[in-house]
Design a protein around this ligand. Structure first.
Ligand SMILES: O=C(O)c1cc(=O)[nH]c(=O)n1[C@@H]1O[C@H](COP(=O)(O)O)[C@@H](O)[C@H]1O
Length: 236
């Protein structure tokens, strides 16, 4: 069965989040809690979301020296979410340390959260990457390189654009997760995203998960937008 689309809860606080979730009645969702919401509300928000029956991707994108990431991951493991992430640019030593922290911090008898690494952000274009990161290669090569490093470090998958998902599957393993933000329904604004794909196309190319924020959260009818994303994603 295909994973539910992950809804990015990029809201200012619990009240706004609650107003949004009320639209969905008692439907169990896969939600992403990012820096804004987590910094505002802290772990209590995760407890509340779990009580409502939602699965959680805690998107804090750790990127620091290996020891710091190891220690932080031990703490994040205790929050018992489904998925966490780090930046692949932190290097293999950092990625291995993150995984070790997560394994050690997972409560006995509980499932370890999945851990994925951000390759190149979907808000980064090839020109931008080449100019600002001094990477003298096509963007796809950089994404594939980071994906290989994450795979060799024992991680569960990567965050990338759906445009790169098929190549990553072919270079790693069909079970290696390709979690892809930068998803837009046809005709919706790209906003700050550079590498965007529709839910249908993401499914065709090889994403294992899609992350959708503004196409749903800013829609006049968020439930209808979610259903549209879901039906495109689950087609075939
Ligand atoms: O790690 C992420 O979730 C992430 C990585 C990335 O490369 N691009 C990206 O957009 N995201 C997140 O995915 C969400 C996308 O939101 P929308 O652009 O509104 O659909 C945001 O919460 C971003 O923080």
């Amino acid at each position: 069965m295909r994973a539910k689309p992950i809804i990015a809860l990029d809201f200012s606080g619990k009240n706004e989040t609650e107003q949004f979730l009320q639209h969905f009645d008692h439907e169990s969702l896969y939600v992403k809690v990012g820096m804004e919401l987590f910094y505002k509300e802290g772990p209590a928000l995760l407890v509340w979301l779990k009580e409502l029956g939602h699965e959680i991707f805690l998107d804090l994108k750790l990127h620091d020296i290996p020891n710091t990431v190891y220690r932080a991951m031990k703490v994040l493991a205790s929050l018992e979410v489904e998925m966490v992430n780090i930046h692949a640019a932190g290097g293999m030593e950092m990625m291995s340390a993150a995984l070790k922290g997560l394994v050690e911090g997972t409560v006995t008898g509980k499932k370890r959260p999945e851990i994925i690494a951000v390759t190149q952000l979907t808000s980064t274009s090839e020109v931008q990457m080449q100019r600002e990161q001094l990477i003298d290669h096509p963007l796809k090569d950089s994404v594939l390189h980071y994906a290989r490093l994450a795979f060799l470090s024992g991680l569960d998958g990567v965050v990338c654009s759906a445009l790169e998902a098929g190549a990553i599957r072919d270079e790693t393993d069909a079970n290696f997760l390709r979690v892809t933000p930068g998803i837009r329904l046809a005709g919706h604004s790209a906003d700050d995203q550079k590498r965007i794909v529709t839910p249908k196309r993401a499914q065709e190319i090889g994403s294992t998960h899609i992350v959708v924020g503004r196409s749903i959260t800013r829609a006049k009818d968020p439930v209808a937008a979610y259903q549209e994303v879901k039906s495109e994603w689950e087609m075939n």
